[in-house]
Structure formats: structure tokens, C-alpha cells
Design a protein around this ligand. Structure first.
Ligand code: ZN
Length: 198
């Protein structure tokens, strides 16, 4: 008989709901007492878990749940600092996924190339617009993408996007359908949940 494997369950320190561990964010307390978000789940030591949401972070911090879980006095943090730490790590991961797209040459960069890909209806899964893209071009790309139900998001600025892709500045980048885009979209959702951006 096939064994049913259940994902490990953990309780969120904020809302006390029990969820699959991989739906929660793990935290550890460093030897120096620092609370660290451990998004990759690789840091040693006892873990504490929280939903990827501001509310649960705020609740856990205000009720000193980290100290209780780690059974020590951790360095004080604000909910905002914890949220920023998570958002920063997710953003870095999104950048590294774009960097992987660059290495495998699986991306379309630049507003003309992305508009062209959208016109040809080549299968893009997500379009990333630089935060400082010109409003007219941004609007044009966004309209075409949304018409094809392609996710659009604003992340980084033109210089950062260019640097991630190993080029001069770029205002738009598109990722084709595939595993990389799936991973990107998954982390993008998490980033939007925690940062409150869309
Ligand atoms: Zn929660």
C-alpha cells in the first residue's frame, strides 16, 4: 500500500494556525541573539515559524513570541524590520532567478523586444517593468501583456535590471513560460504578500 506522506506541520507564532511547514517562513535566533528570517530553511538551530504576512509578524513581535519559542532574550526587533528582512531576501531571490534566466538565455529584454514578443504572442509568463520605466512605454507594455493575461510587475530600476542581465540599463524584461518563470511567480507572490506591493 502506498504510504501517504504528510508535509511536516508547524504552528504560526502569530495566528497560531497549523500549516504545512513550506507555507510558513522559518526563523532562527543567531548565537548573538539576532532574529533571522531563514527563507531557505538552512540555518542551524531551533526554528520558529510565521505566515508570510505582516499581521502575523506584528502579532508575534508584540507578544514576544520569539523569546518564548527560543527560550532566551533575543535582540529586540520591530515588525517592520522583520518584514523588511523577508522582503529583501525575496527580492534578492527574484534577482537571482533573473540572473539564471540570463545564464540560460531564457529571457527577452528591452521594451522593443518585449513588445515584439507580445505582438507575436510568444509565450511569456511574466513581464517585469523597471520602476522608473517611462509611463508611456510602461502603459503600452502593461496593456498588451494584461490583454494576454500575462502577469506584470514593477521591480528594480532600469540600471539594476540591466546589471542583473549583464547589460546596459533595461526597462522591461519578459520571462517565457517554464520552470524558471514558475519559480519567479511563486516568489513574486510571496514578495507581494509581505511587502504589500502589487
Ligand atoms: Zn499566521
Amino acid at each position: 500500500m502506498a504510504q501517504i506522506r504528510r508535509a511536516p506541520q508547524r504552528t504560526c507564532l502569530g495566528c497560531r494556525q497549523v500549516k504545512d511547514q513550506d507555507q510558513l517562513i522559518r526563523f532562527v535566533c543567531s548565537p548573538g541573539g539576532e532574529i533571522l528570517a531563514d527563507l531557505k530553511g538552512r540555518l542551524p538551530g531551533r526554528g520558529a515559524y510565521l505566515c508570510n504576512c505582516r499581521d502575523c509578524v506584528e502579532k508575534a513581535v508584540s507578544r514576544k513570541q520569539f523569546d518564548r519559542t527560543f527560550r532566551r532574550t533575543c535582540q529586540p526587533v520591530t515588525g517592520e524590520q522583520v518584514v523588511e528582512d523577508i522582503a529583501r531576501q525575496l527580492l534578492a531571490h527574484l534577482a537571482s532567478l533573473l540572473g539564471m534566466a540570463r545564464k540560460s538565455a531564457k529571457f527577452v529584454a528591452g521594451s522593443n523586444a518585449v513588445l515584439d514578443a507580445l505582438n507575436r504572442k510568444s509565450l511569456l509568463a511574466v513581464v517585469v517593468l523597471a520602476r522608473d520605466i517611462s509611463p508611456q512605454i510602461g502603459e503600452k507594455v502593461r496593456r498588451k501583456a494584461e490583454y494576454q493575461k500575462i502577469v506584470t510587475t514593477e521591480l528594480f530600476d532600469k540600471v539594476e535590471l540591466g546589471r542583473i542581465l549583464g547589460r546596459a540599463e533595461r526597462s522591461v524584461v519578459g520571462l517565457p513560460d517554464g520552470k524558471l518563470a514558475d519559480a519567479f511567480l511563486e516568489d513574486l507572490l510571496r514578495y507581494q504578500d509581505i511587502s504589500g506591493e502589487s
